[in-house]
Design a protein. Sequence first.
Length: 219
Amino acid sequence: MLLTEQASTMLMLQASMNAKVDPNWVEARYPYLRAVVIEGAEAIEHHGWKWWKKQEKDLPQLQMELIDIWHFILSEILLKNGANQDQSLAALTTLLSDSESQDVIDFDNKQYVIEQLDLISKFELLIALSVSRRIELALFESIMKDCEISWEELYCQYVGKNVLNMFRQDRGYKEGTYQKIWNGREDNEYLVEIIDSLDSSQLQFKDEVYSALEAAYPD
């Protein structure tokens, strides 16, 4: 279960990142669910779908795609609520609550029993719903389960990736002066170690991640 405090933190971080990318992001009304479509298709590629060749499911990449999809779902919720944090949190809480008892999705005059679908079919349905500008968290949560990632793990990875993106921007990522390799290792590798070393239940979790990145960055 996603805690209210975690949901609030992620919405705040997502709004901050959107504003850093474009201060007028609310007025621009970017098609965030279109991005979900693209990320969903990439997830299918990481799963493997070609019947004419041998392929193996890449679970870490699937989990990474879910984190990216979650960024865009949060952005869409924020956009629908004019970036108002309280209204966005209420909307997200309602979506999460509704998903708890939902096992069937009505789409295109057909009923889909979520747990009867395989993972690729779930991603296909996610893509179709996103094209139709619909968010169904019962489906997303079922995909999370198939990809072996809990809400707690999604929260940790989301916050870590978001904070790292902020850190990159603050250190000149857009200008091309940011160093992505630290002492022979990518910054993502440091991030994994930092997240594992911290208590994600603490309210200052995101600040501690940023501070640890500052301490590790080779100035």
